[in-house]
Write a protein that binds this ligand. Sequence first.
Ligand code: NI
Length: 191
Amino acid sequence: MAVREILQIGHPVLASRAEEVAPDAIASPEVQGWVDDLIDTMRHAHGAGIAANQVGIPYRLFTVEVGDNPRYPYKPRIPLTVLINPEIRFLSDRTYDGNEGCLSVPNLRGTVARHLEIGVSGYNREGEPVSFEVRGYSAGTWQHELDHLDGILFPHRVTDPRTFCSWSVFVEYHQPAFAEYVRGLVAEWGA
Ligand code: NI
């Protein structure tokens, strides 16, 4: 287990599509070590999620967890989840405007449209197939992490470049209204 260095936007591994993990390799010490390193690095950086290629592992897996996260005081909680070879399908056309940031894009926020109702599937760290649905604000977190595995970072998806702002500007000028917007989504969707 180790906290790994997080690659920054522009790094070729971040910009490339990650490779599938062979399902019969999930139990291997190498893949289990990747999972442990992702969890350690995500928690150390106070991220809501982290994808393997963000720490230089060019394979398709990510972890997600939202507890009492000081970076995201308005975010609904998500229990620790490890997903290998993840896939997402959209269950409706409804979207919301999420304010996103990324551990690989320091000190930048921006608005990205994300689907509100998704089906998520893949393998857990035990190598078992898993499938579940996510509705509401939390759905964006899964879409953000899957994007990483396809070489896509949130700035690539920002619908209006004028929404880019730094962390301190976001906290001072935009977070109160955004937190209210998220509370409305949570009230509607329960997550
Ligand atoms: Ni990210």
